[in-house]
Write a protein that binds this ligand. Structure first.
Ligand SMILES: NC(=O)c1ccc[n+]([C@@H]2O[C@H](COP(=O)([O-])OP(=O)(O)OC[C@H]3O[C@@H](n4cnc5c(N)ncnc54)[C@H](OP(=O)(O)O)[C@@H]3O)[C@@H](O)[C@H]2O)c1
Length: 216
């Protein structure tokens, strides 16, 4: 069992990841700018399995063993900066995408340093940043009765940290970890989320990424 904090965990993305981590037996703390709101959101989530979900401030969520960043891209760095010390010597998982809506499409934006994950790595020099969960539809993640069977593409420059995150993902129901490679892939992986969401808008679907041809 790992204790996991999710910064910005009250949004759909954080809630979906929290529910599936708790299903795998982990204790999850949803972080928020407002601890009372986080407690309310956590109490509204129906956990299955032996894990738990509680709510706290982002600062308290950052104290957990492993931390997921699930904030909007515009506010990610300002959220992380005051948490630098709390996040030192930890794996920080970014699921943040820099996207903008244009009509019925989502378009990828070029984040400073080429990706949000690289921006986070620069802002948190004492942490080990791994990217994961970018392409998952939050609604399907939150619905534990869905037949979700999705791949989670994982990247980062630290091989051991990537494997640790992959092991965690493989414990989560409905998900398979696929380690893609280094941080240099971050921009491509984050940008591809724009394709995933645009396809879902166009086809009124909840599709997700599943890579064919990999050994199980
Ligand atoms: N939604 C998806 O399907 C999905 C899937 C994969 C990845 N992602 C990525 O995950 C991230 C979160 O997605 P989301 O849909 O959950 O987003 P969201 O609902 O817009 O934001 C998540 C949480 O971030 C906090 N937040 C909002 N504005 C903030 C600000 N200015 N400063 C600090 N915190 C702020 C809010 O929590 P409090 O008000 O409680 O602080 C909010 O509940 C995004 O980067 C997105 O690209 C989303």
């Amino acid at each position: 069992m790992t204790t996991i904090g999710i910064l910005g965990g009250t949004g759909p993305a954080g809630r979906g990841v929290a529910l599936r981590l708790a299903s795998a037996g982990h204790d999850v703390v949803l972080g928020s700018r407002d601890a009372a709101r986080a407690a309310e959101v956590a109490a509204s989530l129906l956990v299955r399995g032996s894990g738990s979900i509680t709510g706290a401030s982002n600062a308290d969520a950052a104290l957990k063993e492993l931390v997921v960043v699930a904030t909007p891209w515009e506010s990610t760095i300002e959220t992380l900066k005051p948490l630098n010390d709390a996040l030192a010597n930890k794996i920080v998982i970014s699921m943040v995408n820099a996207l903008a809506k244009e009509g019925r499409e989502l378009v990828p934006l070029l984040a400073p340093r080429g990706s949000v994950a690289a921006q986070i790595a620069f802002a948190l020099p004492q942490s080990t940043v791994v990217g994961a969960f970018h392409h998952l539809p939050a609604g399907e993640m939150e619905n534990l009765d869905s037949d979700l069977d999705a791949d989670v593409v994982i990247f980062g420059d630290h091989a051991e940290a990537r494997e640790r995150v992959a092991a965690l993902v493989n414990e989560m129901p409905g998900l398979r970890a696929v380690v893609a490679g280094s941080m240099s892939l971050a921009g491509a992986i984050e940008s591809f989320t724009a394709v995933c969401i645009s396809v879902n808008i166009r086809h009124r679907a909840h599709s997700y990424v599943k890579l064919a041809g990999l050994a199980d």
